[in-house]
Ligand binder design. Sequence first.
Ligand code: NI
Length: 189
Amino acid sequence: MILPIVGYGHSILRKPTQDIDNTYPDIKQLIDDMFETMYSAYGVGLAAPQINLPISLLVIDATPFKEKYPEAEGFKIAMINPHIIEESGKEWAFEEGCLSVPGIHEDVMRKSNVTVKFLDSDFNEQTIGLDGVKARVFQHEYDHLQGKVFVDRLSNIRRAFLKRKLNEIVNGSVRVDYKMLRSIKPKHR
Ligand code: NI
């Protein structure tokens, strides 16, 4: 089932999420729905707050980046309760976008390597090391679980420059090709 995606300005995107345990109902169906929602919007990652759920769950499929970053091919994963154990390496710039922040694509600086502990969809504990674009997509989604959006990581000057565009997302005047849950109902559509 394709779910509506929460737009920038909605309070759930600012709320740190809670870890869940294996009593959480229908987790596999939820993960399937998140993948389906992500693919339908041509995204490479989706975090639970973006479908209006305040839980620590994210899905990633970085395959669309494979032309430029061959290692991205087949990097498809669902992570429950991910926690960063270590972040290391040099900071590098990568142009990020977000299904919750349509129409904005900006270079963001993040470290190159990350080690993550998480539960897979069977609630088995896993630890993985990620680098390059795989680390990047994860870091972006992980931010969502902390109540952060990538534009928070831009310089004040850059954010000021984007203010009008961000306000247009908040007030619903930006068109998107997927169903969006907004904090304010669009006036005209
Ligand atoms: Ni995002």
